[in-house]
Design a protein around this ligand. Structure first.
Ligand SMILES: Cc1cc2nc3c(=O)[nH]c(=O)nc-3n(C[C@H](O)[C@H](O)[C@H](O)COP(=O)(O)OP(=O)(O)OC[C@H]3O[C@@H](n4cnc5c(N)ncnc54)[C@H](O)[C@@H]3O)c2cc1C
Length: 475
């Protein structure tokens, strides 16, 4: 290989000598690739097709030692560094233009210890990889609702899904993490070892180092859970949402019911006449005893006159992947998100007005139902502080052609602005696009920001890990 021009942390470029790159390559278990190499394009492609960046060099790590080599190489040469886990983050920080990309996706191992209900997970594993291993033992970790999402980025931001109301967020089940910090050291972070780093990792994103292994506590779940969709015409939404907010407020922790509003996709259980028309969908999961679940979901199922009700016992692994076909990589995506403590009549009216003007057949609004065990953790117990929200809205705009960018992004921003008076002002870091740096301090971390900035100064004073929703090191 000849010398390479690579982007540096100060936004300029440096010529990295060929012998340095050759020495790096020789030391790796994994591989290096450059533009034109066969695996280059696959490694730099992310879930969000809006992101099309070309790193000068991609290091595909095979283990923690490769991660140390990548971090040392980037730091010693002052290179811009991006870290990729599952490649799902909407902001696209897993890839950088002209810099060094550290791709962790080859590190996919998941090892379950069924007797102690624990799992060891490498940072390239997806939620589906994890579920398939844990469910072989009747166990599960609360994560998210799309099985191709990466465990790493989801965990570092917080992580919530169908099991969160019962068993807490993903971070609430993190027991320890192995981390390569900016100085190249390999540290274990846990309650009893490097506790400040452990605190910061649980919500602080990729700001503090590269996690090479996560250790999680697991819970007995499944193999089947009562789950499925109830689909209604959108014109019934005002009454349905008012009834829903009461049911959601008093729901047992085992029951989680999200709301999706969009144009109906051509799902096989929906009558053809409904395909492409606006619908409101209750997506629900009861993660406990099936008979108790039937009672718990009865009130929701009795609402209105649904177009379809496909709630029943489903394998947990299958339910975790139920939304995958609608969320495949390759589309253009832009998100805006708010947290809500409740859904007022006025907030509902704002949402429904926007759904009446959906800019495309794949655009949707998700309302995640949280609370329960997640809300019983103190705001300062982990870096993730927003424990009092009961609903998290994601305006998920999704389309195919660049010519639609303006209309779709404009629609998402207009809905976001109109809903702001009813929201808490806080936001989930993992739902933020790359143009929301101004929300990081107050919106994402609020009361925890100053402590995070001090931890950043301790573990990454040079801000090597800056391709993220960045926390500036305290001065
Ligand atoms: C379709 C879809 C559905 C989703 N559903 C949910 C949901 O139900 N619940 C939920 O909580 N979230 C959900 N998310 C959001 C998801 O949590 C974030 O997108 C998350 O960042 C994805 O992690 P990743 O590893 O795939 O992403 P990546 O883009 O690879 O990583 C995200 C960022 O994390 C950092 N990072 C990644 N790996 C490491 C590591 N090992 N060490 C240090 N830093 C690292 C990097 O800064 C990187 O830029 C969803 C996302 C998508 C696209």
């Amino acid at each position: 290989m000849s010398a390479l021009t690579i982007k540096t942390l100060d936004g300029k470029t440096a010529k990295v000598p060929a012998e340095d790159i050759d020495a790096l390559r020789a030391a790796l278990r994994g591989s290096l690739s450059q533009p034109g190499d066969p695996d280059y394009d696959a490694a730099r492609s992310l879930w969000n097709a809006m992101v099309d960046r070309r790193p000068a060099l991609i290091l595909r790590a095979a283990g923690a030692a490769d991660v140390q080599r990548a971090v040392n190489f980037a730091r010693d040469h002052g290179l811009l560094l991006a870290v990729r886990g599952g490649g799902h983050n909407i902001a696209g920080n897993a890839v950088c233009d002209g810099g060094l990309m550290l791709d962790l996706s080859p590190m996919k191992s998941v090892r379950v210890d069924p007797a102690n209900r624990r799992a060891r997970v490498e940072p390239g594993a997806s939620l589906g990889d994890l579920d398939k291993e844990t469910q072989a033992h009747g166990l599960a970790l609360p994560t998210g609702i799309n099985s191709t999402t990466g465990v790493a980025g989801l965990t570092l931001g917080g992580g919530f899904g169908w099991l969160t109301r019962k068993y807490g967020m993903t971070i609430d089940n993190l027991l320890s993490a192995d981390v390569v910090t900016a100085d190249g050291k390999f540290l274990r972070a846990a309650k009893d070892e490097n506790p400040e780093l452990f605190w910061a990792l649980r919500g602080g994103g990729g700001n503090f180092g590269v996690v090479t292994s996560f250790e999680f506590a697991l819970h007995p779940v499944g193999p089947e859970v009562l789950s499925g969709l109830i689909v209604h015409p959108l014109d019934r939404a005002p009454d349905l949402l008012k009834a829903y907010r009461e049911i959601a407020r008093k729901a047992p922790d085992e029951l989680t019911c999200w709301v999706v509003m969009r144009k109906a996709p051509p799902l096989p259980f929906l009558p053809e006449a409904w395909h492409g028309r606006e619908v409101l969908v209750f997506a629900l999961c009861y993660c406990g005893d099936m008979a108790k679940g039937e009672k718990a979901v009865a009130e929701l199922r009795a609402l209105g006159d649904p177009i379809a009700d496909v709630v029943g016992p489903h394998p947990f692994v299958g339910w975790q992947a139920a939304f995958d076909p609608l969320l495949e990589p390759g589309a253009r995506n832009y998100w805006k998100s708010h947290d809500f403590e409740g859904l007022s009549d006025d907030a509902i009216a704002v949402l429904l007005k926007a759904i009446g003007k959906l800019p495309g057949p794949e655009c949707e609004v998700f309302i995640a139902h949280v609370g329960g065990e997640m809300s019983r953790v103190a705001a300062d117990a982990t870096a993730y502080p927003q424990r009092s929200s009961h609903f998290i809205m994601n305006v998920h705009t999704r389309w195919r052609e660049a010519a639609q960018d303006k209309a779709c992004i404009g629609w998402a921003r207009a809905l976001f602005d109109a809903a702001a008076p009813y929201a808490t002002g806080s936001v989930y870091v993992n739902f933020m696009p790359d143009d929301e740096a101004d929300r990081v301090r107050e919106g994402v971390y609020g009361p925890n920001y100053a402590r995070l900035a001090r931890a950043k100064a301790k573990y990454d004073s040079g801000n090597l890990f800056r391709m993220n929703q960045n926390i500036a090191p305290a001065s």
